[in-house]
Design a protein around this ligand. Sequence first.
Ligand code: UGA
Length: 448
Amino acid sequence: MDLTKLTAVQRKVINKNYKICVIGAGHVGLVSAACFSELGYRVICVDNDTNKIKSLKKKILPFYEPGLDSIVIKNINKGNLVFTSALEQSIKKADVIFIVVGTPSLADGSADLTSIENVARTIARNLNSYKLIVEKSTVPVQTGSKVKETIYRYRKNNTEFDIASNPEFLREGKAIYDFFHPDRIVIGVEHDRAEMILKSLYASIKAPIVVTDINTSELIKHASNSFLATKISFINAVAHICDLAGANVKEVALGMGLDKRIGKEFLNAGLGYGGFCFPKDLEAFIYISKKLGYDFKLLQEVKKINDEQRRYLVDKIKEHLWVLKNKKIAILGLSFKPDTDDMRFAPSIDIVSSLLDEGACIKAYDPQSNSEAKKVFGNRKIEFAKNAYTAVKNCDCVCILTEWEEFKKVDFSKFKKLMHYPLIADGRNMFDKKQVEASGFKYIGLGT
Ligand code: UGA
């Protein structure tokens, strides 16, 4: 590489002597900011939520993500990571800007891109030197060109910039591992210099890099999340057939998954997907496809199967207990998946609400999200327990909605002594039906 031909920013990148600005301290934003600082870069993480920034400055994290706190604390102390609400100054100081603001769903399913547009305008007005502007938020295809248009429209002079797309594939609960060990890094660019900056930024991470144009990169993210959601709804549909035919979906999934072309990941039948990514991204992909002229009926069906899965478990419990009014039901697990306190679009919200609507009494326990759940359920009558054993005391049914590791270790004989009636509704197919039944329980699974 001929260093003399490099721009000032490219030279800074190679020397790690440049500043990254991450706009948005949500799950992806905060993890990315912390992990880039851990790689040795100087990172400014900006958010307009001043309370969140105040807490972060005091090293208090806004959500639970295993391992994130130690990386944040270490890099604040080192001076590599700073938090602020001063967006304009942060833009001016930065060489590379990652846009990681929220893109929530609107009522029609489309992604609300207001925050992205606001940020693009603010970047334009504060473009004081060449900057690489990277979209990391999940956005519909063609958002990059809109960001570019916006910056051209509002910039005050002819300062150069590049736009790039670099979607993030990290999972909540495993976000730190995923950042440092991704299956691939996707880079959507228009110019070699943007490609070179992003490649050098990720140089110390071992992963295949897919370099493509911006539209394709944006589509890779929506298509990936939608494909994973499709796998989940497919196996949940198969679970229904298993129930009807007397087969076992776990074994069907094993037999399918060993075929390398299918793969065994994302074939766990259960309550379906939740969280802030799949439901929102699927809606947005259906919407943008329609806008472009394609009716994505397959994904509409994926969503329908997912929505119905929650009611399916409630109906099965009802079949066993007949009348739910005044029945005591213990809920184990509230977050949308283990290792997170995230309750957004969690199956537990619909299931607990349906059970309460039928007059059941709910005692709930989650290892991390009891306090988040209190906010979500507001003044609905739910008793929160301190552990699984206090939750199941005097209950007619224990209902498992999140497959937390600690639930795998529960003592069923102790449960049986504490419960009124030994019924377990295993919404995540965590347990072996025969073993649970051998300990004197009635077992409800999904396709098992
Ligand atoms: C998902 C993707 O896996 C990430 O690659 C992506 O970066 C992220 O969305 C995003 O777009 O930001 P996440 O929502 O954290 O990550 O959770 P996953 O671990 O993918 O699980 C999603 C949902 O599917 C959960 O509700 C989980 O319980 C459910 N699931 C997963 C199943 O029901 N069955 C399975 O076999 C696997």
